[in-house]
Design a protein around this ligand. Structure first.
Ligand SMILES: [Zn+2]
Length: 83
């Protein structure tokens, strides 16, 4: 007898990782994704990568704006020293 419950396949989990991280995945699907991640190392590494990627993008965005502000300050200092 083949009574495999309706578990998500790896492919189904992978396509749901980004919506899951964005928080746009419906509650019922999120639970199934989380359950799958707990027992599938392959999908968990996908998940860790996706999450690390989002953190890196977020951090790069912030550092970019700090850099722009610093550059602005340097430009003003240079302009002031030329007067
Ligand atoms: Zn999997």
């Amino acid at each position: 007898m083949n009574t495999v419950p309706s578990r998500l396949e790896c492919e189904e989990v992978v396509v749901r990782l980004w919506p899951h991280l964005d928080g746009t995945l419906p509650e019922t699907e999120r639970e199934r994704v989380i359950a799958h991640l707990q027992e599938c190392a392959g999908c968990r590494s996908h998940y860790d990568f996706a999450r690390a990627f989002l953190v890196a993008v977020d951090r790069a965005g912030r550092e970019g704006s700090e850099f722009a502000a610093l550059r602005e300050r340097v430009n003003r200092a240079v302009a002031a020293s030329r007067r």
